[in-house]
Design a protein around this ligand. Structure first.
Ligand code: AMP
Length: 207
């Protein structure tokens, strides 16, 4: 089954976590613009230098930069059997441009309560192997070295949430008109959320 998906949700809604599971199960690449940008930052490229200032402030990068990244990424061979976007599109312009170069079949929105989002983000800690812990819900075992994302501080988190809500409605309306938008609760237990995602994907398969 070729499937082109978007997982939407505020920062901390669990997009990255579920995207990794979907990507593994359906063998499609997980395309996270945030991950791509963080890699550029860590490599110290020109793009990374530009990206860092926006990311540290919790602001969105300009649409043309993001679209260029996505166009390049979709050219790669691994996208032939489908792909899953996480953290993209973040603006209506990005959604409209994506519509020209891709054919999205399903947009799943993980809706979460803000208090949970803030706890998930302020508590998020990442181990060197990429495993994500949370000091409140799932603390790292003793001896495991973790780090915190530069933008996971309360001030930046509030800015990221504000921007998310201000850009979300037009994107949601855009996909609702295309009849491909579905909303599920993202603050249920991980397994429950994943089951709901799988059931949406099952329905897609049935057509
Ligand atoms: P994320 O890992 O998805 O939370 O993204 C981290 C940061 O990367 C965001 O706060 C933005 O600064 C930037 N970013 C990621 N994806 C996008 C996008 N689609 N459009 C603009 N900026 C983005």
């Amino acid at each position: 089954m070729i499937v082109n998906l978007i997982l939407m949700g505020a920062p901390g809604a669990g997009k990255g976590t579920h995207a990794k599971d979907i990507s593994r199960q359906f063998n499609i690449p997980h395309i996270s613009t945030g991950d791509i940008l963080r890699e550029e930052v860590s490599k110290g490229t020109e793009l990374g230098k530009t990206a860092k200032s926006y990311m540290d402030a919790g602001k969105l990068l300009p649409d043309d930069i993001i679209i260029k990244i996505i166009k390049g990424r979709l050219q790669k061979d691994d996208c032939k059997s489908g792909y899953l976007f996480d953290g993209f599109p973040r603006t209506l312009v990005q959604a409209e441009k994506l519509d020209i170069i891709s054919s999205i079949e399903s947009v799943i929105y993980l809706k979460c309560n803000d208090d949970i989002l803030i706890k998930r983000l302020t508590g998020r800690r990442i181990a060197d192997d990429g495993k994500i812990y949370n000091i409140y819900f799932d603390p790292p075992p003793e001896g495991i070295k973790t780090y915190q994302r530069d933008d996971d501080n309360e001030e930046t988190i509030r800015e990221r949430l504000k921007i998310f809500y201000s850009t979300f409605i037009p994107i949601m309306d855009f996909y609702k008109k295309l009849n491909i938008f579905q909303e599920i609760r993202g603050d249920d237990e991980r397994a429950v959320v994943y089951e709901k995602i799988l059931s949406i994907l099952e329905d897609l398969k049935k057509g």
